[in-house]
Ligand binder design. Sequence first.
Ligand code: GLU
Length: 307
Amino acid sequence: MTVQPRPRVRFAPSPTGFLHVGGLRTALYNYLFARKEGGTFVLRIEDTDRSRYVEGAVENLIEALGWSGLDYDEGPGKGGECGPYIQSERLEIYRKYVGELLEKNQAYHCFCTPERLEEMRKQQEKMRIAPKYDRHCLQIPTEEAARWLADGAPSVVRMKIPESTTIAISDIIRGEVEFQSDRVDDQVLLKSDGYPTYHLANVVDDRLMGITHVIRGEEWLSSTPKHVLLYRYFGWEVPRFAHLPLLLNADRSKLSKRQGDVAVEDYRAAGYLPEALVNFVALLGWNPGDDREIFTLEELVREFSLE
Ligand code: GLU
């Protein structure tokens, strides 16, 4: 008999100022899965996009999660063995892993200016081809790149995507999904400000934090082939993925602030009880298989299944 390790899942929001109900649902499903399986629920703050930094956003998020009753086991303010749980405090870690990829020739420096990239994008649009980096800097000899770096030329690091390869994932919700590498861009991994992009930081942290199941919104499905390749480049086991269908308005547009209340704090201010909001959100994408509609958090833990 093989003993399955206890699952470790995470909610990994980017602090944008408030907790969206879609985010609450992602957090809830992670929480329910962890509690049901006797696993661990981690909170990780993905704040590497400095242009989107919002003062007080992390505190708001933690507060909204606490109000909803979704207590996490490891994360900011709680500690744990895999901290720090805030990505902006882990920059040295990401740099080390980028260095590894550069050394193995699975990533390269790109010195293209924003103007050149913009011009390239316009040309591609004119020619009606999908926007993708044209690999201009892949041709630069290593010594030359080293010289430019030493001279302080601004650069980013991109991952090298293999040509003509099929990348397959087996998603718990979506089933088998295949991607063609030729359609995948040479993703920027490290930005010129020294911060990692979401893709790199997300994969490195999921690995270092021992995440076994990645349960997140469907909007991240198209990024998954890049993530799978990164796991392979590092020689790491790929976690299981479960991509949750998007929450939509009645007209099937993406649920957004323009069309009414979407933040947990809006519902809170309107006088809804946390139990009611959690009950409501739980049923957006899951049902118990019969017509029951009212559940406490404990009942949800008992009944919940991702499949
Ligand atoms: N930081 C991403 C977000 O804001 C996390 C996506 C993921 O769970 O991989 O949703």
